[in-house]
Design a protein around this ligand. Structure first.
Ligand code: 26Y
Length: 832
């Protein structure tokens, strides 16, 4: 096994150079003009990036094959991670770091006249996700391979990932993402593993010879699922796993068949065109839009994945039968990344019942052993509910199975605990009754799974207490916590090379694997010379970001200012508008007293708004307009700058995070399940200003109260306020600063000649009832910002805080999260 590990390490720069040249000359069809003068044209850089990636992928594929052999030999249990989203970002730099080939590739490219870091910028982001949930899946894949677990990620091969964002006169414009317009060097098509997926049609009751009735599904259409594998390279491990993404195509043979039966119009009535199924990632997060195509996306990918899991199992362990079903559960675990892949439960049941002749009891038992579910949100608007009529139309057979699961659950489990309690039956039923009957996907997940986890301690507590209290009563062992994590490979080693090098000089252990070892830096937090080195690196990273800001926005900022960063999807609950309100207050204070003693500040935003989320888009517009005014106001002597970086995505995060001084984690307490950006920023030495929400609480526990700025209402205080009745007008009427800033939004000060353009934000606070308690938390936030500004001016104090944040993030290594899943939920052993 040692051999597999070292096989990559022995590849020399000379060898790599040959491999790159080979791909330039043959695979890419001699695309490069090889005279020195032409070397750094955009076309050449693209070609060299592609050739380098192809050369690397060849090495990776060798390891992928070796891993498969090793995994088969060790006969280890596999984890199959089902997720509609994977925010992978770019792969070149990370793959090189994980294989320990960065230095030699750098050397190889240098001899060819190219800079590796520069070439890495050529790759498109794999943006097959919206935000936190999708990025978490990507971090988990990295950790699983690093820890030598046998894992497969399953998802959709979207033709277009998350939209590209630009600003036009301050407004968000969405453009299609073209990540694989000309293919991607990392993908391997696997036509041999194509799956056929029935959809639509009707269920027929068929009499058996013994007189019983069986349900037979006569499908109305066939979809074809073609898998594309992206290798997932472990860090300094021998494992390469795969992310298997399904592309949807029409099954022409089937359509031809229906055509010949004369059912052409019938078969095509109301039905989606196959290619559209994997065409585009839905850009909503935390808001369920609920339409047919999204539903078919979910089903399509679940069905392909379940069939693939079973066929991989059978290939290795032999036929799946009732007699061997225990073995299946010993070898296969399936994790549902939120409720989006819930249909996998119904599909597994259907396949076992209809295709493998399982009894109901056996099938249901197996499903319970195999599935577990992660909840990522408490927001009611994000909890998926699909209408029964849609189910009936698209998946009639699955609906009958769902009804039977529900019946058994209500009659056996609910009735045993709460006998003849109609109200409780209605509350817990998978079906929500009403004018439109709906399927509560989360209920199906909880009822089926052997474990259900939240993603940070407080969130998991709230899942038990507020979201599923009855389920928790029924099954006290089922609901549990796994605090999220991030991979230190991408979020420190690869994105912050200067800091990485410094850390490696002072920490004996390989911190990129054992992140806890960074705690040995704690004694150095007070050491003047270490402080100087640490802060010099922060400064250098800020200089680099300054250049990036200039390129992307034309705005000049000074690296001497505090870089205060809020980067995440745009949502009212995340409260970018609290940040904005405070910026208005600072601006107002500066106008009143231009000599106000204050460390210059740059407020940096990065955020995409869901295209249909009106208020979120207006907050972007307002931020851009306010930024324009502030950045050009000479009266305030550059003490305040506001930058909204367009097209926030993984690769942009990798540039912002190493340069951040302050991390804004300011959600209303109880609303942010965990957050993971908070971990990335703290790991890179940014100090958090945040509420007691999500993983902020655990970050505060790790770094200590002196090294974080906590403000605002707690979860219990928010609840109490809701019970008492929250009146935002109170704050508007009693706090002059709030009143002045909100009234400012009604004027044309920021939008000359167009008064009222920013009024909707004020309205959401007042007539809208301020659902996220922005006004209630404003003063406390403003005080915390004030304290933070004072702390920054004490250079030693700040350096100490920053260092301790980096040193004490060990807990948030995604390797730790994965080990938690392994011990409590998946029960895996490493294959090596
Ligand atoms: C139903 C559909 C519209 C939908 C699509 C995407 C609903 C939700 C989402 C995405 C949710 C998400 O990203 N949640 C975030 O998950 C992170 C990882 O656990 C958490 O850190 C973060 O707090 C949570 O908001």
């Amino acid at each position: 096994n040692k051999n597999i590990k070292s096989s990559a390490a022995i590849i020399s720069a000379t060898d790599l150079k040959k491999r790159i040249q080979h791909h330039l000359n043959s695979t890419l069809g001699d695309r490069v003009i090889c005279e020195d003068a032409y070397k750094n044209t955009p076309q050449n850089k693209q070609a060299y990036w592609q050739a380098t990636s192809l050369a690397l992928n060849e090495i990776i594929i060798d390891k992928l094959q070796a891993s498969k052999v090793q995994q088969a030999k060790s006969a280890t249990k596999s984890i199959n991670y089902l997720s509609l989203e994977y925010l992978m970002g770019r792969l070149l730099s990370n793959n090189l770091h994980n294989l320990n080939l960065y230095k030699s590739t750098e050397k190889a490219l240098k001899s060819l006249g190219f800079d590796l870091a520069d070439l890495c910028e050529e790759g498109a982001d794999l943006a097959l996700g919206n935000g936190g949930l999708g990025r978490l899946a990507a971090c988990f894949l990295d950790s699983l391979a690093t820890l030598d677990y046998n894992a497969m990620g399953y998802g959709i091969h979207y033709q277009h990932g998350l939209f590209k964002q630009s600003f036009k006169d301050g407004h968000q414009i969405e453009q299609p993402d073209m990540w694989r317009e000309f293919g991607s060097p990392w993908e391997i098509c696997r036509p041999e593993a194509t799956q056929l997926i029935p959809v639509y049609g009707y269920v027929e009751q068929q009499a058996q010879t013994d007189g019983s009735l069986t349900s037979v599904w006569r499908a109305g259409k066939m979809l074809k699922g073609v898998p594309w594998d992206i290798p997932i390279v472990g860090y300094n491990s021998s494992t390469v796993n795969a992310l298997r993404l399904w592309e949807c195509r029409a099954d022409s043979a089937f359509d031809w068949d229906t055509l010949n039966q004369g059912d052409y119009l019938q078969a095509h009535h109301d039905q989606v065109n196959a290619e559209t199924v994997s065409k585009v990632l839905y850009p909503n997060d935390e808001h369920d839009a609920g339409n047919e195509l999204r539903f078919i996306q979910q089903y399509f990918f679940c069905a392909c994945s379940i069939k693939d899991i079973i066929s991989r199992y059978q290939l290795q362990f032999g036929p799946l039968t009732q007699a061997t079903s225990r073995n299946f559960a010993d070898k296969v675990a399936i994790q549902l990344n939120d409720t989006h892949p819930t249909i996998a439960i119904l599909e597994l049941m259907r396949v076992l019942l209809d295709e493998y002749d399982f009894s109901w009891q056996n099938a249901w038992q197996l499903a319970g052993k195999v599935f577990s579910y992660t909840n990522h949100t408490l927001l009611p608007e994000a909890l998926e509910k699909w209408s029964v009529s849609l189910f009936e139309h698209v998946l009639p057979r699955h609906l009958t199975i769902l009804y039977r699961i529900n019946e058994a659950f209500l009659n056996d489990e609910v009735n045993a605990m709460w006998p003849n309690n109609e109200a409780m039956r209605a509350r817990l039923s998978i079906i929500e009754e009403g004018e439109q009957r709906k399927v509560r996907m989360a209920h199906l997940c909880v009822i089926t799974s052997h474990k259900v986890n939240g993603v940070a301690q407080i969130h998991s507590d709230l899942v038990k207490k507020d979201l599923f209290p009855e389920f928790n009563q029924l099954w006290p062992e089922k609901l549990t916590n796994v605090t999220n994590g991030i991979t230190p490979r991408r979020w420190l080693k690869s994105c912050n090379p200067l800091l990485s090098e410094l850390l490696s000089k002072h920490v004996d252990d390989d911190w990129a694997k054992n992140l806890n070892s960074l705690s040995s830096l704690s004694p150095l937090a007070d050491n003047a010379s270490f402080q100087k080195k640490f802060m010099a690196i922060k400064h250098q990273n800020k200089v680099a970001l300054t250049t990036e800001i200039k390129t992307l926005t034309g705005i000049d900022v000074s690296p001497e200012a505090i870089f205060d960063v809020q980067i995440k999807r745009l949502h009212e609950y995340k409260r970018q508008h609290l940040n904005l309100l405070h910026i208005l207050a600072l601006y107002r204070r500066l106008l009143a007293d231009p000599d106000l003693p204050m460390q210059p500040r740059v407020f940096i935003f990065g955020a995409k708004a869901a295209p249909g989320y009106q208020l979120a888009k207006e907050i972007i517009y307002a931020t851009n307009k306010i930024a324009e005014k502030i950045n050009n106001d000479t009266r305030i002597q550059d003490k305040l700058k506001v930058v909204f970086l367009p097209n926030y995505r993984v690769s942009l995060a990798e540039k912002i995070i190493p340069a951040a001084d302050v991390s804004e984690q300011i959600s209303t307490a109880g609303k942010e399940a965990s957050g993971t950006g908070n971990m990335k920023l703290a790991l890179n030495g940014a100090v958090t200003i945040g509420t007691l929400d999500g993983a902020n609480i655990e970050i505060a526990e790790e770094v200590g109260d002196d090294n974080i700025f906590i403000f605002g209402l707690t979860v219990d205080e928010v609840k109490a306020l809701d019970i008492k009745g929250y009146n935002p007008y109170h704050f508007y009427e009693t706090n002059n600063e709030i009143k002045a800033c909100l009234d400012w939004l009604d004027t044309d000060y920021f939008t000359p000649g167009r008064a009222g353009e920013l009024s909707s934000i004020k309205q959401s606070f007042l007539e809208g009832g301020d659902p996220y308690k922005v006004l209630a938390d404003f003063e406390s936030y403003s005080d915390a910002q004030q304290a933070l500004g004072v702390a920054y001016q004490d250079k030693k104090r700040w350096a100490k805080m920053a260092i301790l944040n980096t040193a004490l993030m060990g807990k948030f290594n995604s390797d730790r999260s994965i080990e938690d899943y392994v011990k409590n939920i998946w029960f895996l052993t490493p294959s090596v």
